[in-house]
Design a protein around this ligand. Structure first.
Ligand SMILES: Cc1cc2nc3c(=O)[nH]c(=O)nc-3n(C[C@H](O)[C@H](O)[C@H](O)COP(=O)(O)OP(=O)(O)OC[C@H]3O[C@@H](n4cnc5c(N)ncnc54)[C@H](O)[C@@H]3O)c2cc1C
Length: 389
C-alpha cells in the first residue's frame, strides 16, 4: 500500500493486486489489534538493531522514511499517534483498523487501483516489460513491486510464494526462518510457570559462558515455553544456528553478582529476600524448589548452593528446543540475499523493473515497530524508483 501510493504520487498508473478480500490483514492483527506502527528511535539508533549487514543495507531507506514521516501520514488522515514505553508508537485510539484505513485511504486517494481477491500466481519478464498472472487475468507492466510478505502467519495469506517466484528467476534466497516467535521448552518446570510475567528481565544468548546477545525486554512464561518481546527477539538467531546458543534469563539485570549475593545476609526468609529483587511469588517458589532451597533460612545455605542461586538469578538457563515456527512467528528472517538488491531503489540488480520490499528481504529486526518501518521504508524507495522506470 505504501509502495503503491508512492508510485502513484510519482505519476505512475498503479494496479495493486491483493489476494485477500481486504489488504493489510497483518496491520489489523498487529500489536494485539492495536498496531505498534512505529518506534521513537531514529534511523541512527535503529540501524544496529538489524545487525551489521542488514543495518547498512537499510540505512538509506530508514533515513528516507523516518518514523516522524510515517506518523505524519497517519496524522494527516486524522489518526493521532502516541509514544509509549519500550520506544513504541501506537495509534492514540489503539485501533489497528484506524492505521489500516489511513494506509488504504492514502493509496486510493493517490490514484492506486486496488484489486482484491486477486491472488498472483506467477511473474515473468516479456521483453522490456513484466507480466503478472492472477487466477483471472494477466497484467503487463513496466515495473512490478513485490510486496507479498514472507512465510509467517500463513493463515493470513502470506505463504512464501514470493520466495518461490524469485528463486525460479535464479535469485539467491537465504533460507527463510521464523523470527519474532515464542520459544518452546521441553522442561516441565518451565511450562509449570505458565502465566508468570517479568516486566523487566534480561534475556541472554550465550555461547559457553560468553553472552553474545542480550535484550532487556519483558519475558512471559507460557504453557509451551517462554514468550514476550525478549524471547521473541531471540527466535531468528536460534533458528539460524540451532544448538549453538543457550538461553538465559537474568531476573535482576541492574544488580551485580555481589549485590545479589548480599541476599544471604540479614533477616527474613530466603523467599522474601529473593522477592526483594522483584521476582513474582510463583517464580521464587519454583526456583527455590528446583535448587532444593525451599524454606531454608538464608544463613544456612551452603557456599555451593549460594553460587547456584546467584547464578540462577543473574542468568537462569531455560532449556529451549526451538521456536513455535512460522504459524506463530510475527515475521520471517532470511529472504532475498541483499547483494541481489540495490539499496537505493530496492530494484533487483539483475532484473531491471522488478522490485522487492518488506519481509521478502533478508533483513529482520526486533519487536517494537521495526518490521513495519522496514516494510514502509523499503516500499517508499521502490515506489519512487518504479514510477520513473
Ligand atoms: C501477529 C502479528 C503481529 C505483528 N505486530 C507488529 C507490530 O505491532 N509492529 C510491527 O512493526 N510489525 C508487526 N508485525 C510484523 C508486520 O506485520 C510485518 O513485518 C509487515 O506487515 C510486513 O510487511 P510486508 O509488506 O512485507 O508484508 P505483509 O504485510 O505480509 O503483506 C503482504 C500482502 O501481500 C498479500 N499477498 C501475499 N501473497 C499474495 C499473492 N500471491 N497475490 C496477491 N497478494 C498476495 C497478502 O495478502 C498481504 O496483504 C506483526 C506480524 C504479525 C503476524
Amino acid at each position: 500500500m505504501v509502495a503503491a501510493a508512492e508510485a502513484a504520487r510519482g505519476g505512475a498508473r498503479v494496479v495493486l493486486l491483493e489476494k485477500n478480500q481486504k489488504p493489510g490483514l497483518k496491520v489489523l492483527i498487529s500489536g494485539g489489534g492495536h498496531c505498534n506502527v512505529a518506534t521513537t528511535l531514529g534511523p541512527r539508533e535503529a540501524e544496529p538493531l538489524f545487525g551489521q549487514r542488514g543495518g547498512r543495507f537499510l540505512r538509506r531507506a530508514l533515513h528516507a522514511t523516518p518514523p516522524q514521516v510515517i506518523r505524519g501520514w497517519l496524522e494527516e488522515r486524522g489518526v493521532a499517534t502516541v509514544e509509549a514505553e519500550g520506544d513504541k508508537v501506537w495509534p492514540k485510539s489503539m485501533r489497528a483498523g484506524d492505521v489500516l484505513n489511513a494506509l488504504v485511504g492514502r493509496a486510493v486517494d493517490a490514484g492506486v487501483e486496488l484489486t482484491t481477491c486477486a491472488p498472483v500466481t506467477g511473474i515473468w519478464s516479456a521483453g522490456d516489460r513484466w507480466r503478472v498472472s492472477t487466477d483471472a487475468t494477466e497484467v503487463s507492466a513496466a515495473a512490478v513491486i513485490l510486496a507479498c510478505g514472507g512465510s509467517s502467519y500463513p493463515k493470513t495469506g502470506t505463504v512464501g510464494e514470493g520466495f518461490a517466484w524469485l528463486r525460479a528467476l535464479g535469485l539467491e534466497i537465504i533460507a527463510p526462518v521464523p523470527a519474532l516467535a515464542p520459544l518452546r521448552s521441553p522442561a516441565a518446570w518451565v511450562r509449570d510457570l505458565a502465566g508468570v510475567t517479568l516486566p523487566d528481565a534480561e534475556i541472554q544468548l550465550r555461547v559457553g559462558e560468553r553472552i553474545v546477545y542480550r535484550r532487556r525486554r519483558p519475558v512471559l512464561f507460557t504453557h509451551r515455553g517462554i514468550s514476550g518481546p525478549g524471547p521473541m527477539d531471540c527466535a531468528s538467531r536460534l533458528e539460524k544456528h540451532p544448538g549453538r546458543f543457550s538461553v538465559h534469563v537474568s531476573f535482576c539485570p541492574d544488580a551485580s553478582e555481589g549485590e545479589v549475593a548480599a541476599l544471604f545476609a540479614g533477616g527474613g526468609t530466603l523467599s522474601e529476600r529473593v522477592r526483594d529483587f522483584g521476582l513474582p511469588r510463583r517464580l521464587t517458589a519454583g526456583l527455590l524448589e528446583r535448587l532444593g532451597l525451599a524454606n531454608m533460612p538464608p544463613a544456612q545455605v551452603s557456599a555451593d548452593a549460594r553460587r547456584d542461586l546467584v547464578a540462577a538469578l543473574t542468568g537462569l538457563e531455560i532449556p529451549i528446543s526451538g521456536t513455535e515456527g512460522f504459524a506463530r512467528a510475527e515475521v520471517t528472517a532470511g529472504g532475498v540475499a541483499l547483494h541481489e538488491v540495490d539499496a537505493k531503489t530496492m530494484c533487483l540488480r539483475r532484473f531491471p523493473g522488478l522490485y522487492v520490499t518488506g519481509e521478502l528481504l533478508d533483513v529482520d529486526g526486533p519487536i517494537g515497530g521495526f518490521s513495519f518501518w522496514v516494510a514502509f521504508a523499503t516500499g517508499v524507495l521502490a515506489g519512487r524508483a518504479s514510477a520513473v522506470s
